[in-house]
Design a binder for this molecule. Structure first.
Ligand code: CTP
Length: 212
């Protein structure tokens, strides 16, 4: 299969030296890309800024910084894919304006105006017209099941991998993860805490067996 994986955080510039971002390490997305390469798939990895070694054997690797750039890259190649795995922790907001020079401090409080970034996963079905297997991720701190099911339906996913990021030692920036996988047909599968590469292999098997 031709598989697209998005991974890592995005950075939304505030001025030439500052940005807004999040704690994503990219480890889960990279582990999925590696598992897919090992299984013989043609993998395109679109990655935000991470401190990880680029996996060997990829069909393509595109390094991006912002949500806008990730969206443009995904939009350009999604049509060729059989499956798309959106593991990136895309910033939902960016500063409304990027200051051309470094913002200088004053004695006053500073208020930032933030505007929405494109929802890449949420655009995959419409307007991008993707008909392949669509896999989303959800990082939640409460009401995991309700939020995950809402995201699965709203974004047109076939599978949604939900992490409870309020638990210590899993999820953001850790080597381990635990997840519940929700399927569009109503099935649910709990995956116990395991190293991210072990979880990635299991997820990839689920993805392979879910392709019609
Ligand atoms: N995602 C994306 N583009 C965005 C935001 C999120 O592609 N701008 C994808 C992520 O890669 C992930 C999924 O959407 O697969 C869930 O992201 P999340 O931010 O939790 O979803 P939201 O619908 O924005 O939910 P929330 O209400 O929690 O902000």
């Amino acid at each position: 299969m031709r598989i697209l994986v998005t991974a890592g955080p995005t950075r939304e510039a505030l001025d030439p030296v500052r940005f807004l971002s999040n704690r994503s390490s990219g480890k889960m997305g990279y582990a999925l890309a590696e598992a897919a390469v090992a299984a013989g798939h043609a993998v395109t990895l679109v990655s935000g800024p991470v401190c990880l070694t680029t996996p060997e054997g990829l069909a393509a690797f595109v390094s991006v910084t912002s949500a806008e750039e990730m969206f443009a890259t995904v939009a350009a190649c999604l049509g060729e894919m059989d499956a798309a795995i959106f593991a990136a922790a895309v910033a939902d907001y960016r500063p409304a304006a990027v200051a051309p020079e470094k913002i200088k401090k004053t004695g006053e409080a500073l208020t930032l105006e933030l505007v929405r970034t494109p929802d890449i996963l949420g655009s995959a079905r419409e307007p991008l017209g993707f008909r392949g297997l669509l896999v989303g991720f959800a990082a939640e701190t409460e009401n995991l099941r309700a939020h995950a099911l809402d995201k699965l339906r709203r974004k047109g996913c076939d599978l949604l991998v939900a992490n409870d990021v309020s638990q210590e030692g899993i999820g953001f920036d850790s080597d381990d993860n635990a997840a519940t996988v929700f399927f569009a047909d109503g099935r649910e599968l709990a995956m116990e805490k395991a190293p991210k590469h072990a979880l990635a292999s299991r997820l990839l098997t689920l993805i392979e067996t879910s392709v019609p």
